[in-house]
Design a protein around this ligand. Structure first.
Ligand SMILES: *Cc1c(COP(=O)(O)O)cnc(C)c1O
Length: 493
């Protein structure tokens, strides 16, 4: 299977090439030229498999230049019990919703689902593409992506990874998670500035021919680990299909009957994976796009206007604080084709706003509903679900709020699967506050308080964090980011 750019000017690449390069030469995102079909026979076959086997099988439908053995070995390593626990993606039932817990991996956020296997796919791609240089992955992060990427790429041969985060813009737990990262091929830098400063610097360096030339001299090329890379998207399709089969096995739905899916959304990557599963033939009726106060997607789906010229809110669900949802570009491509998609992206770039016509809006409404919850709704939902016996993090709370609201407003009682994207222990203060229990103590005390109050156990890696040695200290000026990159590239590892 070959891959094309959403903007139509960079076509016909292998899956190894698109995973190695991340973004298309015309600035677009890579998409498969056709979406493979999930037949009834295939679903029956997957039913009898464990998670790693399902992953290898489904990825094989998209990554056709990887062998079945390569994918099986990668999936077995990535989704092993010592990384994810006995059940890779358990489903809890809470208030009538099936809650798909995607955060049982090494860094307690759903991004592990992709970032544990993607390094294997990248490593293999170097050989497949005849690439002689090693990859230097640059990441700008507001918290979760940085740690998940570090954990995935630590000590992976022929790859080095450097992460930049806003020194004052991540939680103390997130900061320590990154600063204590093991691995001989990793570098972590706090910067004086906000996430946008880190992001713009990384994007500028990533696309600079001068920078590329400089690191070429060190035998390196730049690659990316964020969700514009198809290597992040493809592994996310797997868990929707797997969860459906688990719901069938549990008797929540009969094979062939439809479910609805609610996804707490930021960059639109996770929910796009659900959409692709639906296009493949998974019985999904409606996908509910759940946003926080940064409700640009709610506005887009309900009015047809995408307008990023608006205030930015810092919320208790920071991984959804986003005004440019990059992966929406892929949905526009699948709905409108490359030419129109490219024109809309040009408008977004130049004017900060674009509008789709009524017909397009109506077509999107066949697959998607869009709702949002503000900070009050989020806190109330955490408290309400806790009373009902389920502890969730703020991102998941936004999704549960929107799922319940969708059900009440639409009267649609199709079984609802809700994606849960982070452990509540990753955001202990916000969760305690919602429960009326924040005593203003340190984040580590919050973890202990949450454990005591809820009777649940924190993930081992988070509980052990306070005893780990800090490896990366100090804060870099924005102006010195380039120098940091060149210094890391020049290091002999
Ligand atoms: C990244 C993230 C999201 C948003 O996922 P997208 O694919 O960007 O839409 C939601 N919740 C958590 C906890 C995340 O880390």
């Amino acid at each position: 299977m070959l891959y094309n750019s959403t903007r139509g000017k960079d076509s016909g690449h292998s899956s190894a090439y698109v995973i190695k390069n991340g973004i298309a030469a015309d600035g677009g995102l890579f998409v498969p030229e056709t979406i493979p079909v999930l037949t009834k026979e295939m679903l029956d076959k997957l039913m009898g498999m464990n998670y790693a086997e399902r992953a290898a099988e489904i990825l094989g439908m998209f990554l056709t230049d990887y062998s079945a053995e390569e994918l099986k070995k990668a999936a077995d390593t990535a989704y092993s019990a010592d990384r994810f626990g006995a059940v890779t993606t358990p489903i809890s039932i809470a208030e009538g919703n099936s809650v798909l817990e995607l955060w049982h991996g090494p860094t307690s956020a759903f991004k592990d689902m992709a970032l544990q296997i993607m390094p294997h796919l990248l490593s293999l791609s170097l050989g497949k593409c005849g690439e002689e240089k090693d990859a230097l992955i640059l990441v700008a992060t507001s918290g979760d992506t940085g740690k998940a990427a570090l954990a995935g790429y630590a000590d992976v041969p022929r790859v080095r990874i450097q992460v930049f985060y806003p020194s004052e813009g991540v939680s103390p737990v997130q900061k320590l998670q990154m600063a204590t990262q093991d691995g001989g091929n990793v570098s972590v830098c706090g910067i004086k500035g906000n996430f946008d400063d880190a992001q713009s610097a990384v994007k500028r360096i990533f696309t600079s021919t001068e920078a590329a030339k400089k690191i070429d001299g060190e035998g390196l090329f730049f690659s990316s680990a964020n969700s514009i890379n198809w290597g992040r998207l493809a592994p996310q399709i797997v868990y929707y299909i797997s969860a459906y089969l688990d719901m069938v096995a549990a008797g929540t739905v009969a094979m062939g009957d439809a479910i609805n899916i609610t996804v707490p959304t930021g960059n639109f990557g996770n929910i796009l994976a659900a959409y692709i599963a639906k296009v493949m033939g998974l019985p999904v009726k409606t996908m509910v796009c759940a946003s926080n106060q940064n409700n640009i997607l709610t506005d887009f789906f309900t009015t047809g206007v995408y307008d990023k010229r608006r205030p930015f809110y810092t919320t208790s669900s920071p991984s959804m604080d986003i005004l440019i949802s990059s992966n929406l570009e892929r949905l526009l491509y699948f709905t409108l084709g490359a030419e129109k998609c490219a024109a809309l992206m040009k408008e977004l770039n130049e004017k900060g706003i674009y509008t789709v016509d009524e017909e397009t809006k109506a077509r999107l409404a066949k697959d998607f509903a869009a709702l949002y919850g503000d900070e009050n709704d989020t806190a109330e939902t955490i408290a309400r679900y806790f009373k009902a016996g389920y502890l969730c993090d703020p991102h998941t709370a936004v999704a549960l709020y929107c799922a319940d609201k969708y059900k009440a407003e639409s009267g649609d009682n199709t079984p609802m699967l809700v994606a849960s994207t982070a452990s509540p222990y990753k955001f202990p203060r916000a969760v305690l506050k919602a429960m009326g229990e924040d005593k203003g103590s340190s984040d580590f005390d919050c973890i202990d308080d949450l454990e005591r109050l809820s009777g649940t156990r924190p993930p081992k890696a988070l509980a052990e964090l306070k005893n780990k040695a800090v490896r990366f200290e100090g804060v870099t000026d924005k102006a010195d980011i380039d120098a940091k990159v060149y210094a890391f590239a020049a290091e002999k590892l």
